[in-house]
Design a protein around this ligand. Structure first.
Ligand code: HEM
Ligand code: CU
Length: 529
């Protein structure tokens, strides 16, 4: 509980994230049950329904996906660079322990019958003291400010660790791709999160002292669109905060399970950097419908579409890595390849939404919901599973049950599509997002989506059961659990000892020897005791 060992803090993050995923999942199933058929069902109070999508999104984004990635990274990043711990172990612990109280504040509205109904974006005027004069809204805003503080502290720590604590011989362009992904992500957090925190502080001031502060309220010279600019200047980069670590995990999984070097390492790193930079230049694609000038919209449209280039490069590099490899389809690899296929759908619907005329039509419809979920569920969630299955033997010293892992994968992959694919159609036909009820013509597709979501939710208990059971009873894993891991974490015992390494590790480029024709080396490395 008050350990400063990054590995244990990582596990705390993972437990917290699992808990919040269940919470967010329950909320989403409630939403879907209500929408299963036309007319009111399990929720009689439309106001309560109104609050649910926002609460679900808040739980999933701020308390599940981001902490889950941070958890794996706490465990893996220091080891991958040959360090005994993070640069600031106590800060690390503090960053974690801000989260549970932040979660309690954020969701306090549930205990006080005072739930904010302004979605997860909290646009004023809806979120100001006139339209949301409730305590639950204040707590929600303050909870998210705390999350911002926590992830900023975490990002500083990761950067300090990666830049200062690399073992002898390891240069930046020799870092494993997961560590690179966390480095780029930490820069994103450092540059973007304080912007959200500021916007939320401004909102709080306006809520607490109406008539004194006018940031967003036009009555005193404020501008509600300013809030949207600040919000999306954080929240678009945030989508990459929620996907780049997953990209990094998939890179590790695909190299190990294809038993090959990553194809185009340097290009992979630069693509991540390009994605991060472009990620800051596209925020106004969320504001095409706010009446900003057409020239500006067109500019943002092209910049947005440009992100497809580095993303495409990464997809092709992963495919090229698998090409000609001797591939093992264990659960982590199933998740990694499943991610490739399904994330592509999310990327394509993103390009569709990026074009201004189409977005004007599809804005605030279920098409956007489908897009978000193909990137966040088929992208972030599936990569997180790839990573957790992949490093589970390293974290616990035991293997998970492979059969259960595969069953979990297939149920998850199939029912993600059952749940979300029809939503594209619903959106194109004009079903609005965040509504309590809909036209009876949409009934069948909504039923399909709801049934899908229930099965998807239930399937996750297979994962939890597998993890809990295998932690104690799984097959014992050796240090190099997958036999083909060449990054540093695979060169020490599973689970690693307190300070990771018994002797100060050193890094040296290593030609890959034991599989297939020799590839020119440099990216695999070995730690010799
Ligand atoms: C990398 C993972 C991605 C994530 C996690 C993500 C997430 C999101 C989220 C949460 C929204 C909803 C905004 C709202 O609630 O109003 C959204 C909308 C949008 N996304 Fe993405 N996105 C990703 C990738 C992309 C890509 C690659 C593109 C374009 C090439 C894109 C283009 C858009 C556009 C244009 C909208 C605005 C839709 C509207 O307001 O009607 N996204 N995305
Ligand atoms: Cu965006």
């Amino acid at each position: 509980m008050c350990t400063t060992d990054a590995k244990r803090i990582g596990v705390l993050y993972l437990l917290f994230a699992t808990f919040m995923a269940l919470w967010g999942g329950i909320l989403s199933v409630i939403i879907r049950l209500e929408l299963a058929a036309h007319g009111p069902h399990i929720i009689t109070d439309a106001s309560f329904y109104n609050a649910l999508p926002g609460m679900h999104a808040t739980a999933m984004i701020f308390f599940f996906i981001i902490p889950a990635f941070t958890g794996v990274a706490n465990f893996v990043v220091p080891i991958q660079i040959g360090a005994p711990d993070m640069a600031f172990p106590k800060l690390n612990l503090a960053a974690f322990w801000i989260l549970p109280p932040a979660a309690i504040l954020t969701f306090a509205g549930f205990f006080m019958n005072s739930l904010p109904e302004f979605g997860w974006t909290a646009y004023p005027p809806l979120s100001n003291s006139v339209y949301s004069p409730i305590w639950g809204a204040d707590f929600w805003v303050i909870g998210l400010i705390l999350v911002g503080v926590s992830s900023t502290l975490g990002a500083v720590n990761f950067l300090a660790t990666v830049f200062n604590m690399r073992c002898k011989g390891m240069k930046m362009f020799q870092l494993p791709l997961f560590t690179w992904a966390m480095t780029v992500t930490s820069f994103l957090i450092l540059a973007a999160t304080p912007v959200l925190t500021s916007a939320l502080l401004m909102l709080t001031f306006e809520r607490m002292f109406p008539g004194v502060f006018y940031f967003f309220n036009p009555a005193g010279g404020g501008d509600p669109i300013l809030y949207q600019h600040l919000f999306w200047f954080y929240s678009h980069p945030a989508v990459y905060i929620m996907i780049l670590p997953g990209f990094g995990m998939v890179s590790e999984v695909i190299t190990v399970f294809s038993r090959k070097h990553i194809f185009g390492y340097v290009l992979m790193v630069w693509s991540m950097i390009a994605i991060a930079v472009l990620g800051f230049l596209v925020w106004a694609h969320h504001m095409f419908a706010t009446g900003i000038a057409l020239e500006i919209r067109v500019g943002f449209m092209f910049l947005t579409m440009l992100i497809a280039v580095p993303t495409g490069i990464k997809i092709f590099s992963w495919l090229a890595t698998m090409w000609g490899g001797s591939i093992k389809f264990d659960t982590p690899m199933l998740y990694a390849t499943g991610f490739l296929a399904m994330f592509t759908i999310g990327g394509l619907s993103g390009v569709v939404l990026a074009s201004v005329p189409v977005d004007i039509q599809l804005h605030d419809t279920y098409y956007v919901v489908a897009h978000i979920h193909y990137v966040l569920v088929a992208g972030s969630l599936m990569t997180a599973f790839a990573g957790v299955y992949f490093w589970f033997p390293k974290i616990t010293g035991r293997f998970y049950n492979e059969l259960l892992g595969k069953v979990h994968f297939w149920l998850t992959a199939i029912f993600i599509n059952v749940t979300f694919f029809v939503q594209h159609w619903l959106g194109m036909k004009g079903m609005p997002r965040r509504y309590y009820d809909y036209d009876p013509a949409f009934e069948l597709a909504n039923m399909v989506s709801s049934v899908g979501s229930v099965v998807l939710f239930l399937a996750q208990f297979i994962f939890i059961a597998n993890m809990l059971w295998s932690m104690r009873n799984g097959k014992i894993a050796e240090g190099n659990a997958w036999k083909d891991g060449f990054t540093l974490e695979w060169q020490i015992t599973s689970p690693p000892d307190h300070h990771n390494f018994h002797h100060e590790p050193y890094w040296k480029p290593l030609i890959r020897q034991h599989v297939g024709p020799d590839q020119p080396g440099g990216l695999w490395h070995r730690y010799d005791d």
